[in-house]
Design a protein. Structure first.
Length: 375
């Protein structure tokens, strides 16, 4: 399909090509100096003490759970209006998830009251997901976490560079997890980052990222180690130098591209006033990362028809998200979960194109197509 306006588009240029070629010429392909530089610049950019680059955000979430000691018998509270990886990462450890509803049609992040209602003696942690790059209600959730001795993991896949009260998202909880998947604000194809201010978590996650080994090929290459021991059951969750090189270039563009995304969102909001759709996050706190632009169709409007009409106009749209608790696997594992707000909102949600390189013409085309598709 040749879209007039795709849902997302890469912001890649000469710098990315050069960075990749430099790595190829260096003849060192897996985790090494470029990855260390990416980690150190990313940690600095979000104000975290530690940053560990990994294969993707799903494994960052898995490592976060493992490093916090989450396992069989434990429960982790998660939103259902998220990508399935948020919940899967918990199940990998042998722990269970407990789904919490979202706050409402204006705030699509996890509800504080719902979190409270989910807490029981098995609860170990809460995963919050900053939907579309808008901050969850972190201060209130932190209060609950302190009160009940729970950890907070931030699924910040949508939120690189977003901040609230002068603090970057991903650095509020014990661990923050970022995704560099192809359609995210910072893209390396596949890739992710785990950030934490806790030395013990960084140490544990760092070992588990590489088979629980006490030294890496890179250390031995540089003569820093002679052999190694394996002290834990770890994984190969490493990133490679090619992706880290792409990540470094993309990190340099992140601030400007998030600003551009914000401008597009402002234009969208103005252009969609009074056309019958609801626009969540009317008055967000902090500085969002504007990863997605979700709209809620009028109640009862057939979403399929709207999306088909948009497709006929050459506009790619998407759904964020089919709720996790409604997937077959999750329904059979956790039958009878009832999340009225998530279900009502998710059924009306459609995501419009949003990427920094959108032109004024692209924006106008989308706005006109939305109005046309709603009649
Ligand atoms: C993209 C995404 C993930 C998974 O990221 P990967 O890097 O593809 O593993 C997790 N959670 C959310 C909310 C996402 O959007």
């Amino acid at each position: 399909m040749n879209w007039r306006v795709p849902l997302a588009d890469l912001d890649y240029g000469e710098d990315e090509s050069r960075a990749v070629l430099d790595v190829l010429k260096s003849r060192w392909l897996s985790m090494g100096g470029v990855t260390q530089e990416f980690e150190s610049q990313f940690a600095h950019a979000v104000g975290a003490r530690h940053a560990l680059a990994v294969s993707n955000a799903t494994v960052a979430l898995h490592l976060a759970c493992l490093a916090l000691g989450i396992g069989p018998g434990d429960e982790v509270i998660v939103p259902s209006l998220t990508f399935v990886a948020t919940a899967n990462a918990v199940l990998y450890t042998g722990a269970d998830v407990r789904f919490a509803d979202i706050a409402g049609p204006d705030d699509l992040t996890i509800s504080v009251a719902a979190i409270r209602a989910c807490i029981n003696p098995r609860t170990k942690a809460i995963i919050i997901m900053h939907y579309a790059g808008y901050p969850s209600q972190i201060p209130e959730i932190q209060k609950i976490a302190i009160e009940h001795h729970l950890s907070i993991i931030e699924d910040a896949a949508h939120a690189p560079g977003a901040e609230m009260n002068g603090r970057f998202l991903g650095t509020w909880g014990e661990v923050g997890c970022f995704s560099f998947f192809a359609n995210k604000n910072l893209s390396t194809g596949e890739g992710g980052m785990l950030v934490t201010n806790r030395d013990d978590i960084a140490e544990r996650a760092g070992k588990l990222r590489s088979h629980g080994m006490t030294s890496l090929t890179w250390d031995r290459h540089r003569g820093h180690a002679y052999s190694y021991d394996v002290v834990d059951l770890g994984y190969n969750y490493r990133i490679d130098e090619i992706r880290s090189a792409l990540g470094l270039v993309q990190l340099g563009k992140l601030k400007a591209s998030n600003v551009r995304r914000g401008e597009i969102v402002r234009q969208y909001r103005l252009g969609l006033e009074d056309c019958g759709v609801d626009l969540p996050f009317a008055d967000p706190s902090g500085t969002p990362a504007f990863h997605l632009f979700p709209i809620l169709l009028p109640e009862g409007f057939e979403r399929r028809i709207f999306m088909d009409r948009m497709r006929e106009e050459g506009i790619q749209t998407s759904i964020h998200y089919p709720p996790v608790h409604q997937f077959s696997y999750y329904q059979s594992r956790y039958p009878g979960v009832n999340l009225p707000v998530t279900e009502a909102v998710a059924a009306r949600e459609v995501t419009l194109p949003l990427y920094p390189a959108m032109t004024e013409e692209n924006i106008d085309t989308v706005l006109a197509s939305v109005r046309k598709s709603l009649v």
